[in-house]
Structure formats: structure tokens, C-alpha cells
Design a protein around this ligand. Structure first.
Ligand code: ACO
Length: 441
């Protein structure tokens, strides 16, 4: 089967596919978005022509219409609702961006105030939920706790499980965004054996999170404004990223009408993988393993060796074939944070800068268009601020909850969406006779 050249008729743009086995011709409509590649509408392909398409990893598949995020990976452009990520990181804040992702426009002062108040009002968790933590081992990975506890929220908030009711959908959204920092900080406090710290409504979303993480009841805690701003910026940079693995997981889980707490727990599980959000933890582990600048060539050689499974963590991206704009912002933010903490000559940061320099001059990385991604510098910032590596992916999950929920709302409101149900190319056994146990030899 071969695909012939595109043809544009006055009414509609189509592509013609010629099946060189049967001689049949199929005409498929081409749909255009606002920006980015056009899409070939294959919805009738199976019904009318008895073909599936084959696309492991969905590298060429648009699974939905979306008006939330746009990425041009070749040019290194990322827009949320049309706004450049660099501008959002510099001028906006995480609450502003969360509102904009969810509602499609920047909030005015009144809308912002209402949204902030609603979030603050829901940051506590049910006291009974606190008992869940005692069931975990102290050395449990915080992402394991996040998957379990966020999923368990559906057992506590029966009044926001009816997804056909917009009021309940909104309430569940507010609850999830509000409670993620509380649950994340509790997972950390549990691991180190310190008492849980209750939310403080006098602080910003990020300032409150830092207080729940790093304060103890015995002492006053005032968040450092530079560090508070750096974490807020990190949250802005991680808030959404189009149809990545965890977002697609949330959409797929939600397509069966599952409740939002269960869907977000599924997203957290997907995010945990080292090829996705788990990479920030893997970057720090890798830098620690490399240890010194003189060992960089050895690790670069390993990353290039096809027979070695080692990859340069924090490098490469499915979509970006250019510098990830988020990594650029985080690199500057790392400088600011280390300066504020008085550790500008932090060895791991110097190692990361040198690793980036060497990799970007290397033919292998140039040719494969492998650049630092969002995870490359975030761990440096987090580690300098006292976050243990096991919390790094949790720091990704907190802000991404806003993106996941925006995408979940969009999916539920999209009349063409149905339950997600991919098909397959079957390569297993043909029908065969069952062999009873006593005849199997
Ligand atoms: N180090 C060395 N080689 C790499 C790397 C890397 N980090 N990334 C990709 N390559 C190579 C691959 O081996 C492959 O080589 P080949 O053409 O000779 O087979 C080629 O570049 C293309 O890579 P793919 O794995 O096919 O690209 P894909 O889009 O499937 O993978 C991914 C993207 C998973 C992010 C990959 O670059 C990777 O594993 N990076 C390291 C992990 C990481 O940093 N993940 C975070 C991504 S950002 C995020 O999820 C928030």
C-alpha cells in the first residue's frame, strides 16, 4: 500500500491511499488545526476499508483536538493557551497559569482572588486520610505513596465523583490542585519521621508547600522569597505539556468515565517512569555516579554505545528536536537559586554544565538532535534547596495536576471523544486445539 501525493479540492483537502495489493483507492480527509501539522482523518478507515493503522508509541498519531498547549519541537516553542512559556515563567505565577489552563483565559483580579481562595479553602485533607500514611513503610518511595493516597481520595469525596455534574467536576478539580502539595509534603514528613505540618492560608501556594515541607512545629518558618519564586517558576514550567504519556494516561483513564481522583492517580503512576517524569531523579543519580568532570567522556561513550542500555538522562525528547525552552529557563533559575544559597560553585551544577557543553559539541548528539530537556537542571535546583531525590518526581506531579485536569475537562467536553480503545496487529498463534493437562507431556 502506498500513499499518493496530497491533493487539494476546492471543498476539502484529501489524501489518496492506493492499496497496491487489491488496487483499491481510499480518499481520506485532511483536517487543519490553528498551527502545527495537518492531520489525516482515519476514523472511517476500519469501518469502510477494513484496515487499522500501526503506530507504536503514537509517534504520528493525534489522539484528540486540544486548545490547551502547542509545541513546535523543531523550533523549541511551547505555548499554553497561546502564551509563550518563557513569558509565563517570567511574568506569571502558578495559580495564574493553573486558572488559564483550566478556563482558557488569564483571570482578572476578581477571578484570580476567587480561585486562590477556593484552592486555599481545600488544602486540608480529611483527618482519616492521615491514617493511611501509617500503613506505608517509612522507606516507601513518595511516588508510591502519591499513587495510593491520591487514588484513595475518591473514597473520601463522594460529593465530587459525579462527573456529569459540572459543579462536582469543578469541586474535584479544586480539591486535587489544593491537596497535592499537602499530600506530597506529608509523604516527605512521614519518611523522615517528623510531624505533619498543616497548611497555612496566609501563604502563597508555593510558600505554603515549602512550609509544609521544611518547617517543624517548634520553630517559626518564613519562606525565602527567592526560593519561593524559583519553585513557583518550576511549577509553571511543569504545569502542562500536551499529550505526553501521563496526560494521555489521564485522558484514557477518564475516557471510561472513571472518577477524577482515580484518573490523576493513573497519571501519577505513568509520570513515575524514568523515561518520563522520573528522569529528574535519574539525572541526579547519573551526575552523582559520574562524580567528576574527567569521567564525562566515559559516560558520553556509553550513551553512544548501542550495546549499552545507558542513556544520558535529561537529554533527548520525543517532541523537542531543539533546546527545550523549559530547560533554558531552569538553567538560569539554577544560577539564581545557587547564588541565593551561597553555593554557586556547587559541584553537580558544574558537572551538569560541562556535560551539556561536551554533549552539545558531540556529533552523535548533534546528529540525533538531542538537547537538554526539562529534567536536566530541575534536580540541581531541588537538591540545593534540600529536596531529597526521591521527591523530585513528586515536584513534577504537583503542578502537572493542573494540566492533567485541564486536559480531562477538555476531553469530557469534547463531543467526538469516546472511550479510548486502541486496536493491534495480532502476531500470536492461529486457532489451535486445546491440549488437556494430562496430555501435555
Ligand atoms: N542518550 C543517548 N542516546 C539517546 C538519548 C539519550 N538520552 N535519547 C535518545 N537517544 C538516541 C536513541 O538511542 C535513538 O538512537 P537510534 O536512532 O540510533 O536508535 C535516537 O536517539 C532516538 O531516540 P528514541 O529513543 O527513539 O526517541 P524517543 O522519542 O522514543 O525517546 C526519550 C525520547 C524517551 C525522552 C529519550 O530521549 C530518553 O530516553 N531520554 C533520556 C530520559 C529522559 O531524559 N526522559 C525525560 C524526557 S522529558 C519528560 O518526560 C518530562
Amino acid at each position: 500500500m502506498s500513499t499518493s501525493d496530497k491533493s487539494t479540492t476546492e471543498e476539502k483537502h484529501t489524501v489518496t491511499v492506493i492499496d497496491n495489493k487489491s488496487g483499491r483507492q481510499f480518499e481520506l480527509e485532511v483536517l487543519s488545526g490553528e498551527m502545527g501539522p495537518d492531520v489525516i482523518d482515519i476514523r472511517k478507515l476500519y469501518q469502510e476499508f477494513d484496515y487499522f493503522t500501526y503506530d507504536p508509541g503514537y509517534t504520528s498519531t493525534a489522539s484528540c483536538d486540544s486548545a490547551i498547549t502547542f509545541i513546535d519541537g523543531e523550533k523549541g516553542i511551547l505555548l499554553h493557551r497561546g502564551y509563550k512559556i518563557e513569558e509565563l515563567a517570567a511574568e506569571s505565577d502558578f495559580m495564574d497559569v493553573s486558572y488559564m489552563l483550566l478556563f482558557g483565559h488569564l483571570p482578572n483580579a476578581q477571578q484570580q482572588e476567587r480561585f486562590d481562595t477556593e484552592i486555599k479553602h481545600h488544602s486540608l485533607v480529611d483527618e482519616q486520610l492521615i491514617r493511611f500514611f501509617n500503613g506505608f513503610r517509612r522507606d516507601a518511595h513518595p511516588m508510591a505513596i502519591m499513587v495510593g493516597v491520591v487514588g484513595a481520595l475518591s473514597a473520601f469525596y463522594h460529593d465530587s465523583l459525579e462527573i456529569s455534574d459540572p459543579k462536582q467536576r469543578h469541586l474535584a478539580t479544586i480539591r486535587l490542585i489544593a491537596k497535592m502539595p499537602t499530600i506530597a509534603a506529608m509523604a516527605y514528613k512521614y519518611a523522615i519521621g517528623q510531624p505533619f505540618v498543616y497548611p497555612d492560608n496566609s501563604l502563597s501556594y508555593t510558600g505554603n508547600f515549602l512550609k509544609m515541607m521544611f518547617s517543624v512545629p517548634a520553630e517559626e518558618y518564613v519562606p525565602n522569597p527567592v526560593l519561593e519564586k524559583a519553585i513557583d517558576c518550576l511549577f509553571v514550567l511543569h504545569a502542562d505539556h500536551e499529550q505526553n504519556a501521563s496526560t494521555s494516561t489521564v485522558r484514557l483513564a477518564g475516557s471510561s468515565q472513571a472518577n477524577p481522583f482515580a484518573c490523576i492517580a493513573a497519571g501519577i503512576a505513568s509520570l513515575w517512569g524514568p523515561a518520563h517524569g522520573g528522569a529528574n531523579e535519574a539525572v541526579l543519580n547519573m551526575l552523582t555516579e559520574i562524580g567528576s568532570v574527567d569521567r564525562i567522556p566515559e559516560f558520553i561513550a556509553r550513551a553512544k554505545d548501542r550495546n549499552d542500555p545507558f542513556r544520558l538522562m535529561g537529554f533527548g525528547h520525543r517532541v523537542y528536536k531543539n533546546y527545550d525552552p523549559r530547560a533554558q529557563v531552569l538553567k538560569s533559575s539554577a544560577h539564581a537559586v545557587l547564588k541565593e544559597l551561597g553555593v554557586e560553585d556547587q559541584p553537580l551544577f558544574e558537572l551538569a554544565l560541562e556535560l551539556e557543553r561536551i554533549a552539545r559539541e558531540d556529533e552523535y548528539f548533534i546528529q540525533k538532535k538531542l538537547f537538554p530537556n526539562v529534567d536536566f537542571y530541575s534536580g540541581i535546583i531541588l537538591q540545593a534547596m534540600g529536596f531529597p531525590t526521591s521527591m523530585f518526581t513528586v515536584m513534577f506531579a504537583i503542578p502537572r495536576t493542573a494540566g492533567w485536569l485541564s486536559q480531562w475537562h477538555e476531553m469530557l467536553g469534547d463531543p467526538v471523544q469516546k472511550i479510548g480503545r486502541p486496536r493491534q496487529r495480532y502476531i500470536g498463534a492461529k486457532p489451535r486445539k486445546f491440549v488437556p493437562k494430562d496430555e501435555r507431556g
